[in-house]
Design a protein. Structure first.
Length: 83
């Protein structure tokens, strides 16, 4: 079982913290490495608040799991050989 309660947990599990401003209809991502450098690694995620850089509105958070990598598998689209 994976537990992601703090900013440090998110980083250690390679998750991404997506941020959405409803007023501006903009998506962004939290700079987790910067938060760690600022000493906020133990801050609880559910208590963390982020603001939009454009309008200052408190934004919604979306925890995104790491994107799986193909791991050397063959893609479903093959190139057409040149004639």
């Amino acid at each position: 079982m994976i537990s992601v309660k703090t900013i440090a947990d998110i980083c250690s599990e390679n998750y991404v913290l997506g941020l959405y401003c409803m007023r501006c209809d903009r998506w962004g991502e939290a700079d987790l490495q910067q938060l760690l450098r600022c000493g906020k690694g133990e801050q609880l995620l559910f208590r963390s608040r982020f603001r939009c850089q454009e309008c200052g509105q408190v934004v919604d958070k979306q925890l995104r799991p790491p994107v799986p990598t193909p791991g050397g598998s063959v893609g479903y689209i093959r190139p057409i050989p040149a004639v």
